[in-house]
Design a binder for this molecule. Structure first.
Ligand code: HEC
Length: 134
């Protein structure tokens, strides 16, 4: 599935992300994803936005925290730490663990809604798959 996801997404390389939120089901999923993004969690009591909005550009140990804007456009990504290409949601699990929160299942409703909200935020950014991250 990761290989197929990477292949099909790469067919849109160079095109802008263009996520639409139309209809009550889509609006509900979007709003839930947004709420999830801003919800504090884990032993550190951080939300995704604490790091990727408020602290974006600052160092966390040796890494510079990236801004939410643009993240979705290069997934699936090859990550050196994984030694492989993997999905956007796989990355969420690592960040949940980092703040001492229970990582959720891949393709869970919560992660799908989170991915939907985050992808919408990158509307207009050109797709570039697979990306590379350390
Ligand atoms: C304690 C700070 C912190 C929190 C909270 C946090 N992250 Fe991260 N996140 C990082 C750091 C550090 C990295 C690695 C550097 C980078 O690429 O931004 C990272 C990387 C990522 C990446 C990869 C970015 C890329 O361009 O490849 C995604 C996607 C991501 N985080 C999503 C999330 C989501 C979703 C949440 C909430 C569930 C979250 N993060 C919470 C610190 C955090």
């Amino acid at each position: 599935m990761i290989a197929l996801d990477t292949y099909f997404t790469s067919l849109s390389n160079g095109m802008p992300v263009d996520i639409k939120v139309q209809g009550p089901g889509a609006v509900k999923a979007f709003e839930e994803g947004k709420a999830n993004y801003f919800m504090k969690r884990g032993q550190l009591n951080f939300s995704c936005a604490t790091c990727h909005v408020a602290y974006a550009g600052k160092y966390l140990r040796a890494q510079i925290i990236s801004p939410l804007l643009g993240q979705s456009a290069h997934y699936p990504t090859y990550r050196a730490a994984w030694g492989a290409v993997n999905t956007f949601e796989k990355r969420f699990q690592g960040c949940d663990k980092k703040v001492g929160a229970m990582p959720q299942k891949l393709e869970s409703v919560n992660y799908r809604n989170l991915e939907y909200f985050m992808s919408y935020i990158s509307n207009g950014i050109k797709i570039n798959v697979p990306g590379y991250r350390p």
